[in-house]
Every structure is written in structure tokens, then in C-alpha cells.
Design a protein around this ligand. Structure first.
Ligand code: ZN
Length: 250
């Protein structure tokens, strides 16, 4: 296969499902972290393995045989909205292929928390059946970004070219995900959201504050005349980072 022909790959839906199923079985066999449909831990090696398997099952090992740039993979626990990201140098279009650098970054929390909400989880317009399925779908979306960057030196998943490629190669019918976010989980499980008043215990004292942001822990602003944060009404606050399960909405 020639480079230009990557973008003319067109697979039938049942072929896509068959390839993905084999790839998945192969991945479960070879991964040291993932032995079933759940994702409890994951490493960069798993993403390298996934890339190798996608190359084998969907691209006829085009990349193994022809790709002269570098692609690397990373994991992030800071991503709160997008579950994946493909990063390229600004000057990608002026680089020789041997100097091209690509990075696919995966936001791991979406997969670790997959089962915390019991609702449908759609990725790329397709209802995912388990955490591993959702990881594959997110990875596929990033692979389309990678291929667009590789062939055209630019990529945009809101545009038709991307959507056509994602449909033809992987059968995706949309470009969004509805995987549970930390904020949504906090609201569903603990009943609070940003801006809510909450109380918690700190050094055996009960404190009351306002939720300012929610990540692995929530940042809570508590009125404190010696605090270093000041609002527009000149109130002073101290910021506390509190585990979500220790906060109570009031
Ligand atoms: Zn995208």
C-alpha cells in the first residue's frame, strides 16, 4: 500500500467488527495490565501494543513497513473532557518524514471510572459495551487524527474529511464521547457540583465552603480572614483540597 492510499481504505461494517474482535482478543492475550473487559491499570506499553495491532488488523502493517517518523504514546490523569489527544509539532508540514513526531495521549480516568455510572456510554456514535471497547474507540479516533496529520499535515475532527475517514476505516458515525467525567460522577454519587456549598472535617473541625473545582479531589474555598484568596467583595478564603467522598452538600 502507498501512503496516499491509506485514506482510501474502505471496510465493510462486518469486516470492521471482525477485525476489532480479533484485535481485542490479541490485545487481551498480550497485555500485562488488561486481561478482560475492565481497565484497572494501563501503561504506555499497552498503547504501543494497540498501535501495533491496529497496524496489523486495519492497515496491513503499512506503518511497520513504511513509516519513518516517530510515534509515541502517553497517559494522562489530568484530562477531564477529551479522552484522547494527538499532538504534533507546529512545523509538521516542513519536516522530513524521518523527523516527524507524533504523540497520542490517552486520558486514563475515563476508562478507570467507566463503570461508576450505570448509563449508556457512547463513543464515536456507537454504544460501547465495556471499558476496553471504549478505549479502542477512543484510540481509533486518535488514529484517524494521526493518519490525517501524516497524509495531509493537518487534522480536524469537526470536518467532513475526518468524518469520512473515521467512517470508512472504523465505522464511526460521530466524533464525540459521553464517557462519565469526574464532575458527572461527583454529582451522581455525592450530589454536589461546582458552586455548591459543602461541609467537611479538617483537623477535627467542621468547615463550610464552596466547591471551586472538581478533579480527583475538589478544591473548596472556605471563608478565612487570613486566607490568601480574595473575591470581588473583598472576602478572604483559604483553599482546601478534599477527597470527594469526604464532602457533604449542605
Ligand atoms: Zn478529535
Amino acid at each position: 500500500m502507498k501512503k496516499e492510499n491509506l485514506v482510501y481504505i474502505k471496510l465493510e461494517n462486518n469486516q470492521i467488527i471482525r477485525n476489532r474482535k480479533r484485535l481485542r482478543e490479541n490485545f487481551i492475550d498480550e497485555s500485562h495490565n488488561i486481561n478482560n473487559e475492565e481497565i484497572k491499570s494501563i501503561s504506555e506499553k499497552d498503547l504501543i501494543l494497540l498501535f501495533k495491532l491496529y497496524d496489523k488488523y486495519f492497515f496491513n502493517e503499512y506503518f511497520k513497513q513504511n513509516f519513518r517518523g516517530k510515534i509515541s504514546f502517553s497517559l494522562s490523569n489530568k484530562m477531564t473532557r477529551s479522552a484522547g489527544k494527538t499532538i504534533v509539532p507546529r512545523n509538521l508540514s516542513s519536516l522530513e518524514e524521518t523527523s516527524e513526531r507524533y504523540e497520542i495521549r490517552i486520558g486514563v480516568n475515563f476508562f478507570f471510572h467507566y463503570y461508576e455510572l450505570k448509563r449508556k456510554k457512547i463513543v464515536n456514535g456507537i454504544e460501547t459495551k465495556d471499558a476496553l471497547h471504549s478505549l479502542l474507540m477512543v484510540f481509533e479516533h486518535e488514529l484517524i487524527h494521526f493518519i490525517e496529520f501524516y497524509v495531509y499535515k493537518e487534522s480536524n475532527c469537526k470536518k467532513n474529511r475526518f468524518k469520512d475517514l473515521a467512517y470508512n476505516i472504523f465505522g464511526h458515525v460521530d466524533v464525540y464521547h459521553s464517557l462519565p467525567t469526574i464532575r458527572e460522577i461527583a454529582y451522581e454519587k455525592f450530589g454536589f457540583k461546582c458552586g455548591d456549598r459543602v461541609c467537611f472535617v479538617h483537623n477535627k473541625k467542621e468547615l463550610i465552603g464552596i466547591v471551586n473545582s472538581i478533579n480527583k479531589r475538589a478544591a473548596v474555598m472556605v471563608l478565612d480572614k487570613n486566607g490568601r484568596y480574595i473575591d470581588t467583595e473583598k472576602n478572604r478564603y483559604t483553599k482546601y483540597y478534599v477527597s470527594l467522598n469526604l464532602l457533604k452538600k449542605i
